[in-house]
Design a protein around this ligand. Structure first.
Ligand code: SAM
Length: 222
């Protein structure tokens, strides 16, 4: 298997089987531990930053929510008037996202389970990929952006795990003590080497660091 196919298979297994319930709860209003609460707050802030890169009024815009999970971003995009394609490799999460969506927004959203780079999803004005590329190597991220970029008019807004000392320690420990299950490992990236791989068009937006949630928003204009 290629790196990409192997990572994607691990991601699918993790979100579709191992972590479906945890993810369902984290992305709901249900009470969570203090640590997970910091993650929730950080994720709320990141969602707002990413949405801030798009016009407020998205009427008439086609937007791909790439790796939509339980559909938190999807719902916000549809509420702003976008026509959203929400895709995720985990059928279970797609089903949760479908159940959660306000029925009044349903006509604005088309849910698909599958690969975010599938050309059959069509062309878009914007692509948002919140925390869905954090498990991939730089070469895979560059390939994903190139494939998505071919079909994106304005921008691909996405996040990576930045190379902070905390995340690097986590990453190094993970390599030293590999987990026995098939869960994916988050791979931290520094901006400069990633930018060399991806080429012109990549810029930094903002980093969020809230408790255990550390993520950096980047934008790619093809
Ligand atoms: C950390 S979750 C984030 C979900 C959602 N974007 C959010 O922020 O709530 C990452 C999601 O990306 C999805 N994903 C990862 N790689 C994917 C791929 N190649 N194609 C489609 N979905 C993918 C996973 O299944 C998972 O639901």
């Amino acid at each position: 298997m290629t790196d990409y196919a192997d990572t994607r298979a691990r991601v699918e297994h993790y979100f579709d089987r191992t972590a479906t319930r945890v993810w369902d709860r984290l992305t709901s209003d249900a009470p969570v531990s203090r640590i997970r609460q910091t993650v929730r707050e950080g994720r709320d802030r990141m969602r707002a930053i990413m949405l801030g890169q798009l016009p407020q009024d998205l009427a008439g815009a086609r937007v791909l929510d790439a790796g939509c999970g339980t559909g938190m971003m999807t719902a916000e995009l549809a509420a702003r008037g976008a026509d959203v394609v929400a895709v995720d490799i985990s059928p279970q999460l797609i089903s949760i996202a479908q159940q959660r969506l306000d029925p009044r927004l349903s006509p604005k959203v088309s849910f698909r389970s599958g690969d975010m780079t599938d050309p059959a999803l069509g062309a878009f004005d914007y692509v948002l990929a919140m925390d869905s590329l954090i498990y991939y190597r730089a070469g895979d991220i560059a390939d994903i952006l190139s494939r998505l970029g071919e079909r994106t008019g304005d921008a691909v807004v996405f996040t990576v795990a930045p190379r902070t000392p905390f995340l690097m320690t986590f990453f190094t420990l993970g390599k030293a003590f590999p987990r026995s299950d098939r869960s994916p490992t988050m791979i931290p990236h520094a901006f400069a080497p990633l930018s060399r791989r991806i080429g012109p068009g990549l810029s930094r937006v903002e980093r969020v660091s809230r408790g255990f949630y550390i993520s950096e928003c980047l934008e790619f204009r093809p």
